[in-house]
Design a protein around this ligand. Structure first.
Ligand code: 0O2
Length: 232
């Protein structure tokens, strides 16, 4: 087997020798498996809510495994050794799971039920819904650790989970495009940033109003259900 070269967007590259290749493959595979574990946990929660309440708190789940190129870039940026051990010890976003929910309440409900599970350990929580970022970004971020069973035994693997509503996802995707757009006129960049800030407020107010409507519908449904039962 020949050495392979991994080149980051910045142009910097590292060469992975055949001896280290197995280590790299095992490393990536552990994170891919941790993504599967966490994604399954959310799918199971969604199925259980569907069975007990005829309601799906999850609209979509997206997953992403960081590429070796961006792992190298992040390690270099932080001045860390370019090793899988350094990545394991210092990077929390090699495995990413994004859960998109219809309503804000669903986000906290899912986070609570996930963290109740005894094989999920919360390492860090950033609530950008309670405290949005200056640019308007909102989402709930959890860094968790969960076991992955390999032929060599059990390893604990970190996964970054982002929970957000459909409106937050819509906003974040557009803002992400702006953030990575190269060569934009600074004045236009500032204008668009300002517009996005306003859109973030609109998204927040939309999430609140939609949640309010849903609560009213549910209260009515419960009353109607009770009335239906009386006539059976
Ligand atoms: P990408 O391209 O989506 O992967 P760290 O993750 O350790 O580097 P940080 O900034 O403390 O550092 O983590 P944080 O705030 O939890 O953000 C991690 C990820 O959340 C980001 O990953 C984005 O996916 C998302 N995010 C955070 N802030 C914003 C924001 O202002 N706008 C958008 N659109 N997304 C955001 P990456 O690696 O930055 O980007």
């Amino acid at each position: 087997m020949e050495s392979i070269s991994v080149t980051a967007d910045s142009g910097e590259s590292i060469t992975i020798s055949p001896e280290n290749m197995g280590d790299m493959v095992a490393f990536m595979s552990r994170y891919a498996c941790a993504i599967m574990e966490v994604e399954t946990k959310f799918n199971v929660l969604n199925a259980q809510f569907n069975a007990s309440k005829s309601y799906n708190p999850i609209d979509t789940i997206k997953t992403r495994l960081k590429t070796p190129e961006s792992i190298v870039e992040k390690l270099r940026r932080r001045g860390l050794p370019l090793t899988t051990q350094a990545a394991e010890d210092n990077l929390t976003d090699v495995a990413g799971v994004r859960v998109i929910c219809p309503f804000v309440e669903d986000i906290y409900l899912l986070a609570d039920y996930l963290l109740m599970q005894d094989d999920v350990e919360l390492l860090e929580k950033k609530d950008y819904i309670a405290k949005p970022k200056g640019n308007g970004y909102r989402s709930l971020h959890l860094i968790v650790q969960t076991p992955v069973f390999t032929p060599q035994g059990k390893t604990l693997v970190k996964v970054e989970i982002q929970l957000r509503t459909i409106a937050m996802e819509f906003w974040a995707n557009l803002e992400h495009r702006l953030r990575y757009k190269k060569g934009l006129d600074p004045e236009l960049l500032e204008d668009l940033g300002g517009e996005l800030r306003e859109c973030a407020d609109i998204c927040e107010s939309l999430d609140q109003r939609m949640g309010g409507i849903r609560r009213k519908i549910e209260a009515t449904t419960t009353l109607l259900d009770a009335a239906d039962k009386e006539w059976q």
